[in-house]
Design a protein. Sequence first.
Length: 176
Amino acid sequence: MSYFIFVSGGARSGKSVFAEECLNNLSGGREKFYVAAMKNDPKDYEALSRIKRHQQERANKNFITIEREKNFISEIPEHSNILIESLSTWTSNEMFCDGNINSAELVYEKISYEIELIKKISDNLVIVSDDIFSDGVVYDHYTEQYIFCLGRLHIFAALKSDEAYQIISGLPIKFK
């Protein structure tokens, strides 16, 4: 049974740096795996530049990076230290994949099940996600379903975690 920390926060809030520090503290110098779920689409310049920036930021932090959009459980060695960046991207990848739109319920069931599996096989797990719930905008049906699904996954992760944090302006607020 692993130790599990859930970290959420807004864009550029410092949540990734905080999550990396958490895993460093938990790992005790042992191997650390960084699961990067962002799609590596050569046509998406903004995504490519973010991926490149994240790779450079991690370069000297001794992470073994797994760059995979979804279905990455087979890549995770047993008794490892895992950071998943991010639950929001992973959810999007599962919901809007291969030109199809999967139901929020199916995506929730799949990801919550996979989080449980990863918890069982890893020694330590840190999951990062984006807080996208407070802008007050009404979106199209599919975006609303994505937000609903991600919200449910946040609740699931927070309840299953040993510690849960929200990062605001680089400051961690511990809720659990």
